[in-house]
Design a protein around this ligand. Structure first.
Ligand code: 6PG
Length: 259
C-alpha cells in the first residue's frame, strides 16, 4: 500500500508477520550502518508491540546477521520506575532482546528513570546522547527510531495536550503521565521521552502498530485532520525518508482503501 503524505504504510497479515518484517528491515539497516559508519545506533520503544520484534532479532536468522559488538541501544522513552519494575521499557527490552544477544554492556544506554529529579535525569540522558554521538550542539542522528502508537494517538511519551509536546530546543524531557484511562495499558506514571525534534532527525523512523484498537488512531494520525495536539504521533512526519508504518491488518482496517 502506498503511503500518505505523512508516512509510508506497509500492511502485514498478522502480528507475527509484522515482527518478521520489522526484524528484517532493522537487520538490513544495521548491516548498512555498520558497513558505512562502523556503528548502528537504535532507539527502542516500549509497551507490548515491540516484544515480538525484539524476540525475532534475538533469534535466527537475524541474530547472527547483526554484528552486535557495533550496536548501541537507547530508549525513546521510559516510565519513571526502577529498571527491574514490570512497567520498565528497559526491563522489557532486556528480557526480550538484550539478554539474548552478545551486545556489550557499555553499549546499552538505559534512561535514568530511577533518579528522583526527572528534569535532571532528562538533561543527563540528553548529555549522554550528545557525548556518545559526538554532537555537542547540533541534533544527534539515530540510524533507527522504533516507535509505537497509543490508543490516544501518543508516541514515545508525547501524550495529547501534554507539556512535553512543546519542548523547544530540547532533545529529551521529563513528561507528565497520560490522563488515566486514555492511553490504553500505558501506566499513569511520569516519563522521560525524546522530543519530536530528536525523533524527526533520525535516518529511519519505524512505527510498529497492531490490533483493532489501534485502527482509529492510525486512521486519525495518518489521514485525519491535522491536529497534533490531539494526535501527537502527527508530529512525527516529514524528512528525507517519511516515517515507515508497519501495521497489521487489524490496525489497518479503517484506512481509506481497506473498507
Ligand atoms: C510506552 C511506549 C508507548 C507505546 C504505546 C503503544 O512507554 O508505553 O513507548 O509509546 O509505544 O503506548 O504501546 P503498546 O505497544 O503496548 O500498544
Amino acid at each position: 500500500m502506498n503511503g500518505d503524505r505523512r508516512g509510508t504504510v506497509v500492511v502485514l497479515g498478522s502480528p507475527a508477520e509484522l515482527a518478521q518484517e520489522a526484524a528484517q528491515r532493522i537487520t538490513h539497516l544495521a548491516q548498512a550502518a555498520i558497513d558505512a559508519m562502523g556503528v548502528f545506533r537504535i532507539a527502542l520503544s516500549g509497551g507490548t508491540t515491540p516484544r515480538a520484534t525484539h524476540e525475532a532479532l534475538a533469534s535466527e536468522p537475524f541474530r547472527s546477521q547483526i554484528n552486535w559488538s557495533k550496536v548501541e541501544v537507547f530508549w525513546s522513552d521510559d516510565r519513571a520506575v526502577p529498571p527491574d519494575d514490570p512497567e520498565s521499557n528497559y526491563r522489557m527490552a532486556v528480557e526480550t532482546l538484550l539478554s539474548n544477544v552478545p551486545i556489550p554492556e557499555q553499549s546499552i544506554y538505559r534512561m535514568p528513570t530511577d533518579r528522583p529529579d526527572l528534569a535532571a535525569a532528562a538533561a543527563e540522558y540528553e548529555a549522554t546522547i550528545r557525548r556518545v554521538f559526538g554532537e555537542p550542539s547540533g541534533i544527534p542522528v539515530f540510524d533507527v527510531m522504533i516507535l509505537g502508537l497509543g490508543d490516544d494517538g501518543h508516541t514515545a511519551s508525547l501524550f495529547p495536550h501534554s507539556r512535553q509536546l512543546h519542548s523547544g530546543e530540547r532533545l529529551v524531557v521529563d513528561g507528565d503521565p497520560p490522563l488515566p484511562g486514555t492511553a490504553g495499558p500505558s501506566p499513569s506514571v511520569p516519563r522521560l521521552t525524546f522530543t519530536p525534534r530528536l525523533i524527526n532527525a533520525a535516518r529511519e523512523r519505524i512505527f510498529l502498530v497492531e490490533g483493532a484498537q489501534k485502527a482509529e488512531p492510525v486512521r486519525n494520525v495518518l489521514y485525519g485532520p491535522w491536529q497534533p495536539e490531539v494526535w501527537p504521533a502527527q508530529f512525527i512526519t516529514g524528512g528525507a525518508t517519511l516515517p515507515l508504518w508497519l501495521i497489521d491488518e487489524a490496525a489497518a482496517s479503517l484506512l481509506p482503501d481497506r473498507r
